[in-house]
Design a protein around this ligand. Structure first.
Ligand code: TEU
Ligand code: CA
Length: 547
């Protein structure tokens, strides 16, 4: 079930990738136009963010019709063409299945609103009086997670925006409808699926207040989650396709369950624990410096835990919800190139299937927006208001958004250094960051030492040297959390990977076996693999020996 170890997935946030018709919004034809660029990177799959009919209250994660294309992104013919042309270049298309909730514009929800009890049972409606929501659960986008519908005298659950109503997976009809969506796209020739917040679909039997938190403990990795996933995958016959689940606030044990091939659930999972090491008190909206000790511990625990139990991770730093990693854990100023390459090495040498998010391979930085009007994301706008209500000044609130907003990742793909970075000939729906115009595809194609060139090497090495895809991972004893060190090994080869996570010079002890070993790849010239080796700021190096 896991033939995806030597593959690399590239994520395309269609809305910001390439605009083919000058309306300022990226579209499916734009992706087709750039297939040469994408296949040139050496990646195997393209995961497209949702392109289905949607009012776009949450960037397409509010789906109103799962089997038709949102006109701003193009037509079904456009998607058919993309699937076909991508296939010719050896690129498989993966679609994003948002099955925890639908848009309130979806026909099912509209029928429910019109009073049809059959469709009310597609969602989670609870009777109640208008002043007291059924529980105190908090929406991931802020505020209470229930919305009252006066004419029905009922509340409905929305773990995200109030226009994203949670589906009732207890209802077998709902499960069958969603299977039909998978069957439809499978027939179209898509090669895989990403399942949005899929570990939130199984809700508890009893809805009760959470006296210790925001309610997530009741529905995260919920009671029937493994059963539902197995059923979805088994009944649609997709167990041999690439499938990745987005797992919100999950546990290692559950992720082993989701991805161990014996269970016939998913081929791999995303978790986000390593992307919370700069959350103060676990709160995304409170800033702190990244805790490198915690980062080291999390990587070690998850890598070893998944390995021991035959689980499989999707490994990544970036997606459309996360700030740009070079700004976050690296340095988008002085050590821009070095830190971007080090972070790439870190992820691509781990045990797991790597995901590259558009623009990451260019070292695109955070948006660095300095006014609220530049933001587009519903979560960012909600939290701006919440932060002001909590007593923060506008300046403070903007500073937090500057670090944490999802829009940091959603700025236009930088094709060149011209107007709007070559993304559109019109007015882009969101602006290009002011810094780093040099992070563009033309400049990087010309520079053999570019961040893109480095990503290409990493992606190619995965196919050339099997130990990267299939080797075991181990972690030497180390008490220096400024460094991320690990070893990969199979019958033929072994690798020693050292990453300096800081802008300081560091020294590292190289084990005897690897002293004077070949440097497979690194982000500086002339690394000397001596017993006591010197590392430059953000230096990454992979040492290679025959086993
Ligand atoms: O995201 C799930 C999710 O919980 C987050 O990454 C979320 O953006 C973050 O926790 C908020 O602080 C997925 C999609 O990737 C995201 O774009 C959607 O908004 C969300 O589900 C709802 O469909
Ligand atoms: Ca367009």
């Amino acid at each position: 079930m896991n033939d995806f170890k030597d593959k690399t997935v590239y994520q395309v946030y269609v809305k910001s990738f390439c605009d083919s018709n000058g309306d300022g919004i990226g579209d499916i034809k734009g992706v087709t136009e750039k297939l040469d660029y994408l296949s040139g990177l050496g990646v195997d799959f393209l995961w497209l963010n949702p392109v289905f009919i949607s009012p776009q209250n949450d960037g397409g994660y509010d789906v109103a019709d799962y089997v038709n294309i949102e006109p701003m992104f193009g037509t079904m013919d456009d998607l058919d063409e993309l699937i076909e042309k991508a296939d010719e270049k050896g690129l498989g298309i993966m679609l994003d299945m948002v099955f925890n909730h639908t848009s309130t514009q979806h026909e099912w929800f509209q029928k429910a609103l019109a009073g049809d009890p059959e469709y009310q049972d597609y969602y989670i409606f609870k009777d109640g009086d208008p002043d007291t929501p059924p529980t105190n659960w908090v929406s991931k986008f802020g505020g209470n997670a229930w919305e009252y519908v006066p004419k029905l005298g009922k509340w409905y659950l929305h773990l995200f925006d109030k226009t994203q109503a949670d589906l009732n997976w207890e209802n077998p009809k709902v499960r069958e409808e969603l299977k039909n969506v998978i069957r439809f796209w499978k027939k179209k020739g898509v090669k895989g699926f990403r399942f949005d917040v899929v570990n939130l679909i199984s809700k508890p039997e009893v809805y009760e207040n959470d006296d210790r938190g925001d309610g997530r403990r009741f529905y995260t990795d919920g009671p029937k989650i493994h059963e539902y996933l197995h059923e979805l995958v088994h009944d649609t016959g997709i167990k041999d396709m690439i499938t990745v689940g987005e797992m919100s606030s999950t546990t290692l044990d559950n992720c082993i369950g989701y991805s161990n091939p014996d269970n016939e659930e998913l081929s791999m999972v995303f978790n986000f624990h390593h992307l919370k090491v700069d959350y103060k008190n676990g709160d995304k909206w409170q800033l702190q410096e990244p805790d490198l000790k915690q980062l080291n511990d999390l990587i070690r625990t998850w890598q070893l835990g998944m390995q021991e139990n035959n689980g499989w991770n999707a490994v990544f730093w970036c997606n459309h919800d996360q700030p740009r990693v070079v700004s976050r854990l690296g340095d988008d100023g002085k050590y821009w190139k070095e830190s971007a390459k080090m972070l790439a090495t870190f992820v691509h040498m781990l045990r797991g299937t790597p995901y590259v998010y558009q623009g990451e391979e260019l070292g695109m930085p955070n948006a660095h927006f300095d006014d609220i009007d530049s933001y587009r994301d519903v979560e960012s706008k909600n939290y701006y208001q919440i932060l002001l209500d909590e007593g923060k000044t506008k300046q403070e609130a903007l500073e937090i958004l500057g670090e944490r907003s999802r829009d940091n990742a959603r700025t236009p793909m930088q094709w060149d250094d011209g107007a709007n970075a070559g993304f559109t000939t019109g007015e882009p729906w969101i602006s290009v960051p002011k810094i780093k115009p040099e992070a563009n595809t033309i400049a990087e194609a010309e520079d053999p030492d570019s961040i893109t060139a480095y990503y290409k090497k990493l992606i190619a090495l995965r196919k050339e040297l099997p130990v990267i895809a299939g080797g075991t991972i181990s972690f030497p004893e180390s008490d220096d959390s400024d460094l991320m060190i690990y070893e990969r090994s199979d019958d033929n080869d072994k690798l020693y990977i050292v990453n300096n996570l800081t802008d300081k010079e560091k020294s590292v002890k190289i084990p005897e076996d690897f002293v004077n070993a070949e440097v497979l790849i690194g982000n500086y010239e002339d690394f000397k693999p001596e017993a006591e080796a010197a590392l430059r700021p953000y230096e990454a190096v992979v040492l290679h020996k025959k086993n």
